[in-house]
Design a protein around this ligand. Structure first.
Ligand SMILES: [Zn+2]
Length: 112
């Protein structure tokens, strides 16, 4: 029903490598955070990470930097990010719908 918004948005997110927190209670747009198993899941903060993965499990996955799970900060274009954030903010369907994305509230504090 909302495919005309969802499909282009998914594409924009994908093309710009923008990640959404995997915690279903969170789903924030991320500019930094945890990558689990090379992108199987993403978590924006420790609290979200620990909804699925314990500290011990993460340490094991991280494997002293040898594993495919780690914390990182991504390169992103602030203009693209702002445009996407605005799109989500102005489309409640994207926040409540299948994607359920939560817009960033601190986006204006990012400086890039
Ligand atoms: Zn989160």
């Amino acid at each position: 029903m909302y495919d005309d918004i969802l499909i282009p948005l998914r594409e924009i997110l994908h093309n710009n490598e923008i990640r959404i927190c995997s915690n279903p209670e969170c789903k924030k747009i991320m500019v930094e955070g945890y990558v689990i198993e090379n992108g199987m899941e993403y978590y924006c903060c420790e609290e979200c990470l620990h909804t699925e993965i314990t500290e011990e499990e993460f340490i094991e996955l991280y494997d002293d930097g040898e594993g495919d799970s780690y914390y990182t900060e991504w390169d992103y274009c602030i203009h693209t990010l702002k445009a996407i954030n605005k799109l989500v903010e102005e489309a409640p369907v994207l926040q409540a719908g299948e994607l359920g994305i939560v817009p960033m509230t601190n986006i204006n504090k990012l400086n890039k």
